[in-house]
Ligand binder design. Structure first.
Ligand code: 2IT
Length: 447
């Protein structure tokens, strides 16, 4: 296999799908050497097969807004790869959603899910619906209209969606309600991220951020550093940023920046518990502006319009918002300000140029598919609880999450150790995830 040849063929076919091509290139570049040591993979054309989704559903979603006007959106579900288990992955509601975005996310999800050690395949879905400025009633009508199409293609042992950008507990509630109504099937295992009293797992809302901090902590420890007292800049203020801020603070780090599409809030003394709680209010307001924090806490948080979190001096940068949110220029600014660690919490949060800058500078860097896997891992734990009609305590779930994040770290070390003893987490995560999926595909024959 030659990455350049595979990429040329894919570019010809999918030239306009930039995010998808970027995600595929990153994985293939990491695995090229190992792959070529396995002639059985080459013979079975594993790479040619693994880059294509099993299938993609595209559907129209029609709903009526509060003014009585009819609105039309597009809905999708990408069932990417089921070699390891049922399709599993979130739904993203965002105005920029395209098949390319969901294909990149489904591809990443496949390897991430493999890393969790749980039996889950990869999938992703969503819509170009823009939640910004929508009322609660509009969100509900949209979710119901979306599920009216999706329900036939999902199921607890087939395809299990969850949340992602723009889809949180409220949306999962409306989607689940409609699914039950249509399918007349009341096993609660068909979506994850559910409410605590109707099948949800304790700690699922926190899990992505918590897992990311457990992983970051291990990255630091392995490099002989301590997270206590370190400054952290994180982007976003949604569910993932919230969990990350909470656990980072609990571990003794100081979160000095959060950001939004409108700009950055600098929090020189570190975020406090009441500010962390207020992040939830900001999200559910659907206003999508971080300046709300500075309005609410004028003596603690200072807002600058049009700036990113990466303009704030910090030890550790944690992108928690969207793909490609950290550019090569941002990386240079962080490095100039002394940042020595970046863990991607968002999926593909860093541009390839940014990763290149970090690796060239020799700072600690870990990719999203390892760092943020605690979210989907806890979804997997929710599926197990649902299937066995039980619920575990917070302590039980947290212990399992810890164990899973440690195991992902171990896999990264196993495949990513450089000759000088440092760890290439990008290579480690990509090879470990790939080997699992590729081996499963090989063992299941040419299908
Ligand atoms: O990107 C992700 O891993 C998620 N949005 C969570 C997926 C899930 O099924 O919990």
């Amino acid at each position: 296999m030659k990455v350049s040849e595979i990429m040329t063929a894919l570019e010809k076919k999918y030239g306009h799908e930039q995010e998808y091509l970027q995600a595929v290139r990153e994985v293939l570049e990491s695995i090229e050497e190992v792959y070529n040591q396995h002639p059985e993979f080459e013979k079975a054309k594993i790479v040619e097969r693994i880059v294509e989704p099993d299938r993609i559903f595209t559907f129209r979603v029609v709903w009526v807004d509060d003014k009585g006007e009819v609105q039309t959106n597009l809905g999708y579900r990408v069932q990417f790869n089921a070699a390891i288990g049922p399709y599993k992955g979130g739904l993203r509601f965002h105005k920029a959603v395209t098949p390319s975005m969901l294909k990149f996310l489904g591809f990443e999800q496949t390897f991430k899910n493999a890393l969790t050690t749980l039996p889950m395949g990869g999938g992703k879905g969503g819509s170009d619906f823009d939640p910004k400025g929508k009322s609660d009633a509009e969100i509900m009508r949209f979710c119901q209209a979306f599920m009216l199409e999706l329900w036939r293609n999902i199921g607890p042992d087939t395809d299990v969606p969850a949340g992602d950008v723009g889809v949180g507990g409220r949306e999962i509630g409306y989607l689940t309600g409609m699914y039950k109504k249509l399918a007349r099937e009341y096993n609660t295992g068909v979506l994850t991220g559910k409410g605590m009293t109707w099948g949800g797992s304790i700690l699922r809302p926190e899990a992505t951020g918590y897992g990311a901090l457990y992983f970051t902590n291990q990255v630091l420890k392995t490099a002989g550093k301590d997270i206590k007292g370190k400054t952290i800049a994180l982007s976003g203020f949604g569910n993932v940023a919230w969990g990350a801020a909470k656990k980072a603070t609990e571990l003794g780090a100081k979160v000095v920046a959060i950001s939004g599409p409108d700009g950055v809030c600098h929090i020189p003394d570190g975020i406090t518990q009441d500010m962390i709680d207020y992040m939830l209010v900001m999200r559910s307001s659907n206003r999508d502006i971080v300046s709300m924090m500075a309005d609410k806490f004028p003596d603690k948080a200072f807002f600058t319009a049009g700036k990113k979190a990466w303009s704030i001096k910090c030890d550790i940068a944690l992108p928690c918002a969207f793909q490609n949110e950290l550019t090569g220029e941002d990386a240079k600014e962080l490095l100039a300000n002394g940042t020595w660690c970046c863990c991607e919490v968002s999926n593909m949060g860093c541009r390839p140029e940014a990763i290149h800058e970090f690796q060239k500078a020799g700072i600690l860097f870990a990719p999203g598919k390892a760092v943020n896997a605690g979210g989907v891992a806890t979804s997997g734990l929710e599926m197990t609880q649902n299937a066995s009609h039980i619920s575990w305590t917070a302590e039980e779930v947290d212990a399992k999450l810890h164990h899973i994040m440690s195991s992902i770290h171990e896999q990264c070390v196993k495949y990513g150790r450089r000759p000088d003893g440092t760890i290439d987490y990008v290579k480690g995560a990509n090879i470990a995830g790939f080997m699992k999926v590729a081996t499963a595909m090989l063992e299941q024959g040419t299908i």
